[in-house]
Ligand binder design. Structure first.
Ligand SMILES: [Zn+2]
Length: 121
């Protein structure tokens, strides 16, 4: 038995990478999809009813974390950090700072938060 992830990948065919790259999470943490992505999801779910999945369950199974959006931890920067699949790194659209891994980005965010608390005292 193949995993829902594998089945979905087969269902999308060559569009799979485009699908994954097109998943966006807004500031409220909700997944936003384009019309053609919703159509693919709907046709997958109606083909594989036996999996007993809905849109959100399926999305949580196929998401890999690279669609996440982070607030830039750089001082005085209000930009968003997102994953660049070509460069394979996380980068801020405003100040251009880049991180090689999500772990180092999260470290930087954590340090910035600690720094803000200290300087507020
Ligand atoms: Zn920035």
């Amino acid at each position: 038995m193949e995993s829902p992830y594998q089945l979905f990948k087969e269902h999308c065919g060559p569009k799979f990478d485009k699908f994954m790259a097109g998943i966006h999470v807004n500031r409220q943490g909700e997944v936003e999809l384009k019309f053609w992505q919703e159509k693919l999801l709907t046709s997958f779910l109606s083909t594989h009813t036996v999996l007993n999945l809905n849109r959100d369950k399926l999305l949580s199974l196929i998401r890999d974390g690279t669609e996440m959006l982070y607030k830039c931890p750089e001082n005085q920067c209000w930009g968003d950090v997102h994953y660049d699949r070509k460069a394979k790194e996380w980068g801020c659209g405003e100040c251009g700072t880049a991180w090689k891994s999500v772990a180092s980005l999260q470290d930087a965010i954590h340090e910035a938060e600690v720094g803000r608390v200290v300087s507020a005292k």
